[in-house]
Design a binder for this molecule. Structure first.
Ligand SMILES: Nc1nc2c(c(=O)[nH]1)N[C@H]1C(S)=C(S)[C@@H](COP(=O)(O)O)O[C@H]1N2
Ligand SMILES: [Mo]
Length: 225
């Protein structure tokens, strides 16, 4: 636990970059032969963007740390892909219904995981649809074939195996109970760890979840090289 001074409040450094998520022991979803990202919501026409096309948009690299809301941080990751804002401007915006004012974006992964971002957070300049991590294509553990990466928000926002982006004109209704209520923004430096309680109050509770989730997630890791 050396030198955590440059980490956001309440975070502790881990070695490496563990696989972590609600998938627990389940292996990563299979990568489709021709993966697409479905663009849906307040659009005049739906768009299915092949990843092969996404990859031709201007590329961007972001060197950053990754912070899980449970309290672990992985440092010095180098993501490479296409900026979310680039995809939004090039693909989504031209297909919006005329006069539409988008307020929120819902991303979904092939395993059904979903996260909600305000449009402001989604368009921040370090938000990526990443295809590579530290110089290699993403593996199943970290979100193959492409994932969202929003470094200034807790890790649950950064949907792995990204398969769908939905644009909304109002905040979606919440289905979570009060216990694990996510914060509507989940910004790490503000410690927006919880929707109802102060971040530092839930820190010790969330921290107890790290070891079991990490253990289970590591049992579902990608079997390839
Ligand atoms: N598709 C999908 N994305 C997900 C999750 C998940 O279970 N499924 N878990 C989230 C959580 S809680 C965290 S902390 C990060 C972990 O990313 P990693 O497994 O690459 O470390 O992924 C996030 N994105
Ligand atoms: Mo997390």
């Amino acid at each position: 636990m050396q030198n955590d001074s440059r980490l956001p409040p309440g975070q502790r450094r881990v070695d490496g970059f563990p696989r972590f998520g609600s998938h627990l022991s389940r292996p990563a979803p299979a990568v489709p032969a021709d993966p697409i990202i479905e663009m849906r919501g307040a659009m005049a026409e739906v768009v299915d963007l092949p990843l092969a096309t996404l990859s031709t948009l201007p590329r961007r690299e972001v060197a950053t740390d990754f912070h899980c809301v449970a309290g672990w941080s992985s440092t010095n990751l180098r993501w490479e892909g296409v900026s979310f804002a680039t995809v939004y401007r090039a693909v989504i915006e031209p297909a919006l219904r005329p006069g539409t004012s988008v307020t929120h974006v819902v991303c979904r992964g092939l395993d059904g995981w979903e996260s909600v971002m305000t449009i402001e957070d989604a368009l921040a300049d370090d938000v990526l649809i990443a295809e590579n991590l530290n110089g290699y294509p993403l593996d199943g553990d970290h979100g193959a074939p492409a994932r969202l990466v929003s470094p200034r928000q807790y890790g649950y926002v950064s949907v792995k195996h990204l398969s769908r982006i939905e644009v909304l004109t109002a905040a979606p209704k919440r289905s979570e109970g009060p216990l694990f209520r996510t914060h509507p923004r989940g910004r790490v430096w503000e410690e927006e760890r919880h929707g109802l309680l102060p971040g530092r109050v839930v820190r010790p509770v969330y921290r107890t979840l790290i070891a079991p989730i990490r253990f289970l997630s590591s049992r579902g890791v990608h079997a390839g090289a």
